[in-house]
Design a protein around this ligand. Structure first.
Ligand code: UDP
Ligand code: MG
Length: 302
């Protein structure tokens, strides 16, 4: 059986259509399936729409969070609730072409464990958004060692890959990167991102920045090193000014006592910064490990 995982946050207008389109395509292709909606603490009537769909179609199931936990958590809740031999994660707004699920499923039948949907184009995005997205994917690609620029959450995972992801203890799991990081026999399917038909993007600029920062820090500790690098730069400047101050002292052009102040100031400053960088690095590691909080809290299911 195929489980289709659909995170939904304030998507009341499109749920009935999403159900009929995806269900229709999969019934048409004769693929046994379930549609698993995860209501990510929506403030509109999304949960009512999901409940209605579940009441009229036995293949539809729904899980509702106690509050908004974010798309990543919704995906992981879906993976954990899914009963299928393979799972597909797809957006609720039909921006990911549902026909591609059939193509992905056929590849899975041929023995692929992971079928990644990669964006042939990024769809319409403003200049600044495009630049920010590119920078984010550059940092991610560099720290992970493989190209992430066209990656998306639209993918099919075999049961064994799903189990590996579920057994990870990481709290800040970044689905689209982790699912590549785990390896397995994988292939790609290209798709064009469609325009959103109804509603608006659920991402505010602020939530996107937060999303980028969490994911960067969960995959690389590079930002922590900035403090250390700053410390080293200040140290070099300090060394130069100290030498100048000493030379002035021996030339007799320095004011009395001023030399010592400069030297002490520069060296202590740079050592504190280097020290903070190193300590911060370790704290960030410990912090990641000790947060034993759940990724999400389920309120009700249908
Ligand atoms: N979504 C979610 N929780 C959130 C934000 C978004 O479950 O906090 C879902 C949303 O309902 C949709 C998918 O994630 O199914 C992608 O969201 P959206 O279309 O707003 O993102 P975009 O396509 O603009 O990247
Ligand atoms: Mg969308």
């Amino acid at each position: 059986m195929l489980s289709v995982i659909i995170p939904a946050y304030n998507e009341e207008e499109i749920i009935p259509k999403t159900v009929s389109v995806i269900d229709g395509i999969l019934v048409g292709a004769d693929i046994e399936h379930e549609l698993l909606f995860i209501n990510d603490g929506s403030k509109d009537r999304t949960w009512e729409r999901i409940s209605e769909a579940a009441a009229s179609n036995t293949r539809v199931r729904g899980v509702s969070f106690s509050r908004n936990f974010g798309k990543e958590s919704a995906i992981f809740a879906g993976l954990s609730e899914a009963k299928g031999d393979c799972c597909v994660v797809i957006d609720c707004d039909l921006q990911h072409p549902p026909e591609k699920i059939v193509e992905m499923y056929r590849l899975w039948e041929q023995g692929y464990d992971i079928v990644e949907g990669v964006k042939a184009s990024r769809g319409k995005e403003s200049g600044l958004h495009k630049f920010a997205a590119e920078s984010f994917y550059n940092i991610m690609s560099n720290s992970m060692g493989f190209d992430m620029s066209r990656a998306s959450d639209f993918k099919l995972l075999d049961r064994k890959a799903v189990n590996v992801l579920l057994n990870m203890n990481e709290k800040n799991a970044f689905f689209r990167a982790l699912s590549s990081w785990i390896g397995f026999k994988s292939t790609q399917v290209e798709y064009d991102v469609r325009e959103r038909e109804v509603g608006t993007s659920k991402w505010s600029t602020r939530s996107l920045i937060k999303y980028a920062l969490t994911n960067i820090t969960s995959f690389t500790s590079a930002p922590m090193q900035i403090v250390t690098i700053l410390g080293i730069i200040v140290f070099i400047v300090g060394l130069a000014t100290s030498i100048e101050a000493i030379v002035r002292f021996f030339q007799g052009t320095a004011q009395a006592g001023f030399t010592t102040v400069i030297i002490l100031q520069c060296f202590t400053g740079s050592f504190i910064m280097i020290g903070l960088g190193i300590i911060g690095f370790y704290i960030s590691k410990i912090y990641d490990e000790v947060k034993g909080r759940p990724k999400y809290i389920i309120d009700k299911t249908v």
